[in-house]
Design a binder for this molecule. Structure first.
Ligand code: SF4
Length: 314
């Protein structure tokens, strides 16, 4: 125990309803899988159990932010078994490449096109050039990591939020074995081409979200499922057709179901038959507060309506 005071509460990965509603995760999901978008941001469903590797990463970040080990024990109990490993990882990182002092930490920025981004740190790099640094942990390194970070939406947006033309992705290996604690740093240049791509992705995604939400609502209107009088589809055939249409508006995307770190967190929900299929909890703040500034109220109402309608459909 190092005795430093616990810091104020911060985002903990996997806790529903925390984090920014318009950050890179939100927008990236629109590229990954529309069924995932439906489950996560419309039905607001979250797996009851967060994967262990996310616990370690969250605790490691907290230590880098200045949390004490005692402070980590104020995290929910499921984090506690991972504190020792996170502390070892943190010690390895401190023994690794030097970490320059920061000029800002964990400051959330909103980009002009409505995306939010929060870099772990802002630093002044060589030639007093502003840079951001983001700490990541991984299970393994790949020869394609550099290319992958060069086009990572979150990293690019964080640099944009700080007006920086360089981002440093500071990655540590958390898997056991010889590579444990090995650090690799990737330098990402953020120029006009990258800034344009980020803005375009977010604007296109926003249009697509609106289009799909509107389409689903118009299907409901057509079938009068959720009218104020609570009308139901006239017969089973009609109901089956409606459900088919609703599923098609937010389709599954099979290539995204299993990735570098294993299955998608919603794999059991989408493909499982066992009890795990039902181990999801709904965020109390149904419908989220996730929409862009202009469409906030209208879309929130629609999302809430869809949330009710989709229960039992997927
Ligand atoms: S398991 Fe596959 S289909 Fe289901 S949400 Fe995840 S990526 Fe989409």
């Amino acid at each position: 125990m190092d005795g430093r005071p616990a810091q104020p509460s911060r985002k903990r990965t996997g806790d529903p309803g925390t984090g920014t509603p318009r950050g890179s995760t939100f927008w990236t999901v629109t590229q990954t899988c529309w069924r995932l978008f439906l489950l996560k941001y419309i039905l607001a469903l979250f797996p009851v159990k967060t994967p262990d590797y996310l616990h370690v990463g969250t605790l490691y970040h907290a230590l880098l932010e200045g949390w004490s080990v005692e402070g980590l024990y104020t995290f929910p109990p499921e984090y506690h078994p991972h504190i020792e490993l996170a502390k070892k990882l943190y010690d390895e990182r401190l023994a690794g490449p030097p970490i320059p002092s920061s000029t800002a930490k964990e400051k959330q920025r909103t980009l002009p096109f409505g995306m939010t981004a929060k870099a772990d740190r802002e630093e002044l790099s060589f030639g007093k050039r502003k840079a951001i640094r983001d700490f990541k942990s991984t299970i393994f390194f790949s020869e394609h990591d550099e290319k992958q970070w060069n086009v990572n939406l979150g990293i690019l947006a964080e640099a944009m939020g700080h007006g920086a033309e360089k981002a440093i992705v500071d990655v540590i290996c958390k898997a056991g074995g010889d590579n444990f604690g090995r650090v690799q740093q990737f330098e990402v240049e953020v120029g006009e081409r990258e800034r344009e791509a980020v803005e375009q992705l977010v604007n296109d995604a926003r249009l697509e979200i609106h289009a799909r939400v509107d389409e689903a609502c118009s299907e409901l209107n057509k079938y009068e499922v959720c009218g104020q009088d609570g009308n139901k589809p006239k017969d089973d055939h009609q109901k089956a057709l409606l459900y088919k249409r609703l599923r098609a508006i937010f389709p599954k995307r099979m290539p995204s179901c299993v990735g570098k770190y294993g299955p998608c967190h919603y794999y059991e929900r989408c493909w499982g038959d066992g009890p795990e299929k039902h181990l999801f909890k709904q965020n109390q703040r149904k419908g989220y507060a996730w929409v862009n500034d202009e469409g906030d109220v209208v879309l929130r109402d629609k999302v809430s309506r869809l949330s009710d309608a989709y229960v039992g459909v997927v």
